[in-house]
Design a protein around this ligand. Structure first.
Ligand SMILES: [Zn+2]
Length: 285
């Protein structure tokens, strides 16, 4: 038993695929996993052990990581933060009470700068009387983002939640009314107010609220730390706690919160960090 474990842990730190021949695997062979892109804001599919061994517990930066059996391996589906520094990152993997560190390399990616003009400057430089509200909402949204629900049926084979021109891509650093702001953590779809918005995959409605920046907002929990967030909605049509199927309408689009016009903003979270939604489509949109 000890010998087998030591082989396994040694394999974790194995950098060259050829030397891991004993643990051959097909991490990205399954169509219900996202496409891999080891860049800030991307997703890494990391082999964390042989499928005939017990399921390991995997965390990154303290957050649980979706780990799924594929072919002859356990695969960790890891969201990489947009703010990650390119270079070596690590996963913490525990099996049978033994902890190991699995390194993986994140490559640099330069996202374009996006300039956006907002008529309401209070959305760029919030007045003092809304700061307490923003802080309260920020704490609440952080709790929502860190939700963890085990689900054996989680599927990352997403459908676009609304059909329309992709008007704002993920990851671009944002300049709002000339002021540098956080990068764009989602995908924008240009659709008119009142257009039905559908769930990209099966899930449970996790949260529905009205927040200062995001406006009317809905979170869907797809299981195992994979979440969708919709912002700037005009209406919630599904209720918190309701199970929804892929393609089922859950809300209507709008322009509430910090929006330059009607559109859907969609963020995909994985292990608590926002990642590129387009990796969850079988082919690039
Ligand atoms: Zn957006």
């Amino acid at each position: 038993m000890l010998a087998r474990l030591s082989i396994c842990i040694r394999a974790f730190t194995c950098a060259a695929a050829a030397t891991c021949a004993a643990l051959s695997f097909a991490a990205n062979a399954s169509s219900d996993l996202p496409r891999e892109s080891r860049v800030p804001g991307g997703v890494a599919l990391i082999n964390v052990g042989r499928a005939d061994e017990p399921k390991p517990t995997v965390t990154r930066d303290g957050a649980s990581v979706w780990t799924v059996k594929r072919a002859d391996a356990w695969v960790a589906v890891v969201g990489i933060p947009l703010a990650a520094t390119p270079g070596e990152q690590t996963l913490n993997v525990t099996r049978d009470g033994i902890a190991a560190t699995v390194p993986f390399t994140v490559k640099e990616k330069r996202y374009p700068v996006q300039h956006v003009t907002l008529k309401d400057n209070a959305m760029v430089e919030p007045p003092a009387d809304v700061i307490a509200r923003i802080e309260r909402e920020s704490a609440h949204l952080k709790t929502v983002r860190s939700t963890w629900r085990e689900d054996a049926a989680t599927s990352a084979a997403f459908t676009l939640p609304a059909k329309g021109r992709l008007s704002g891509r993920f990851g671009g650093s944002r300049v709002l009314n000339g002021k540098p702001r956080a990068p764009h953590a989602g995908l924008d779809v240009a659709i008119g107010t009142g257009t039905p918005v559908v769930s990209p995959s099966d899930g449970v409605i996790l949260d529905a609220g009205d927040y200062y920046f995001c406006g009317k907002t809905m979170f869907i929990d797809h299981g195992n730390g994979l979440l969708s967030m919709f912002c700037h909605l005009s209406e919630h049509t599904a209720k918190v706690g309701e199970r929804v199927a892929k393609g089922q309408a859950v809300a209507r689009s709008g322009a509430t919160g910090r929006a330059s016009g009607p559109h859907l903003h969609w963020t995909v979270y994985l292990n608590g960090v926002s990642v590129e939604p387009e990796l969850f489509f079988a082919a690039k949109q």
